[in-house]
Write a protein that binds this ligand. Sequence first.
Ligand code: PEP
Ligand code: MN
Length: 339
Amino acid sequence: MVVVMRTGAAPEEIDAVVARVEAAGGSAFVSRGVQRTIVGLVGDVVQFQALNLATMPGVGDVVRVSKPYKLVSRENHPEATTVSVAGVPIGPDTFTLIAGPCAVETPEQTLAAALMAKEAGATLLRGGAYKPRTSPYAFQGLGEKGLRILAEVREETGLPIVTEVVDAHDVSLVAEYADMLQVGTRNMQNFALLQAVGAAGKPVMLKRGMTATYEEWLMAAEYIAQRGNLDIVLCERGIRTFETSTRNTLDIAAVPMMHALSHLPVIIDPSHSGGRRDLVVPLTRAAIGVGADAVIVDVHPDPSAALCDGPQALFGAELDQLAAACRDLPPVVGRTLVR
Ligand code: PEP
Ligand code: MN
């Protein structure tokens, strides 16, 4: 942390800043410039924040130089992390396709969607048994019955499962079935849930809150990491903007930005960002181009009958195009599709 004194700050004002920092157990190093004096602080940033240095006489600005997140920052961990989901890698050298139904509805629908996903090149199966729905009248998911269906489909197809947990009390149950736990956009700052998944011993996919900044998103990841779990995958799923034509606005810059700020893998959900079937393939191409480590895509054997998010689910020709993009484009950016 650096304290920038105002031009012409009095020596006693500078001394007072140094005294307050030292009284709190920190060290303060004074550099006197021609115009301004700068005081560099070494010690506990959180403690310095409580000192209200910005309000002291003669102080112009207080600037934080280190990142507030530690365990997930690139600063403290230069090497990119590969997260292994039951042996399937999500990391810097590969590209992974995760696909499946938005929600588990029936054993037949889930198996059909899983087979479609596998045929398209997916190596991980998505599917929600607990659904965080905006409306309390909408299909809420099958709960544990849905988890059992997922486990049967995993048995049949060999695809490990990514599934959402919406409540801290359900984490141990969902973790019994899941290969990767999903924390959804509406729960990105559910701190009790983040701590619970951090202690569950399974990889976690953390979706970006729909109004979250990169720093808020990384601080949420830090909650998980702080409980001892660094197997975290960050998922950009679109943010709220003034545009209403798409379900959300895909922030494509999030991929290189989050890769710069953090060592964690960064993936894109083109289904929940675009919210329209015809956008999923173009957004997937963009995701691969910009360096995403994976995409997570909704597929459904009969989208017109889907209980959740049918308009964005792929099938038929568009799913074939998705498969082609995932096969052909990663080599252009030095990656190979995980098979
Ligand atoms: C989902 O992936 O099914 C989901 C609910 O996504 P989000 O949390 O991004 O809305
Ligand atoms: Mn959905």
